[in-house]
Design a protein around this ligand. Sequence first.
Ligand code: NAI
Length: 351
Amino acid sequence: MRNITLMPGDGIGPEITEAMVKTVEATGVKINWERFEAGADVLEKYGTPLPDHVLDSIKKNKVAIKGPLTTPIGTGFRSVNVTLRRELDLYACLRPAKTIKGVKTRFENIDLIIVRENTEDLYAGIERQIDADTAESIKRNTRGASERIVKFAFEYAVKENRKKVTAVTKANICKLSDGLFLEAARKVAENYPQIQYEECLVDNMCMQLVQNPEFYDVLVLPNMYGDIVSDLAAGLIGGLGVAPGANYGHDLVLFEPVHGSAPSLKGKNIANPTALILSAVMMLNHIGETKAADKLYNAVIKVIEKGETVTPDLGGVNSTMEMADAIVEEIKKMSSGFNLFEKAKLELYEN
Ligand code: NAI
């Protein structure tokens, strides 16, 4: 039995987590979920939105999955998501944006990988109020962090047989900080002659992505551009409800959807569970449960393709749990098909 840290999060988090756990368990994989709360809900009890026992559990288990966590806007505590990434040095955020058959979009055949630097840039949290009417934030990029994120993108490209890596910056304006990122990207790219390397400014990239998304393959970006372009890429494939992700550190991985806590959907049981379930597919692949991952992925795709039991963001009328139940039914069908096939094979050997 594999121990995995699970943070349901807040907002729609608990609803989609219930759906994810149900569908993962339907594949037959045995997981002992170590569940923890974080965020505003535990602030009063522990004096921090991210108690040490949560970090300890992730460090011990090496694999975690979480729902979204709300960050107060403008004031209040620092984002738990950003703190998690920094505390655990989860430096690489990997967000695939792949067309899902059955999801209505303007484009077909999108297959993008967004690799976002996760630990620095404007998210380093270096801000100060200079006077009542002036505030500033420092954008900090370091050579070490820039080189390791670009290396991650190229290594991913090699492993997954990808053809091209595009470094996305605003180095014409942020000449030093993004200039340094670009310098690092060029240096790392030299070690991967088999992968095409390109550069694009982030504003142009946004236009290119809404016009010709099929021209792009792996994109590597500093933190803030990565955050923004991830949502854009999610929009290309049908919205945040279907966009999964993962945050990689040296030996830890935290899986989570791209989307946030969607406060307006909270408690309505209509949030799309797909993004979190597809994040779980990535997690199952990571822990070597590839058969379970394939089953779960195919079941999700089947349910979306049929379009009979999907949530409102996908044009349906169903609830989060009804969609999860439909996915479970597909897994059961696949499992019984698999068993019949296995039985036939056994009988063949016996005869
Ligand atoms: P959001 O991602 O929560 O919502 C943006 C839009 O997408 C909304 O219209 C929402 O209804 C829709 N949406 C999101 N997830 C959906 C789903 N599963 N099914 C159907 N529709 C879905 O972004 P927003 O509103 O900017 O942020 C809300 C809160 O979430 C903020 O406190 C923010 O800081 C936090 N957040 C947390 C993240 C995390 O935990 N990793 C990531 C992004 C935002």
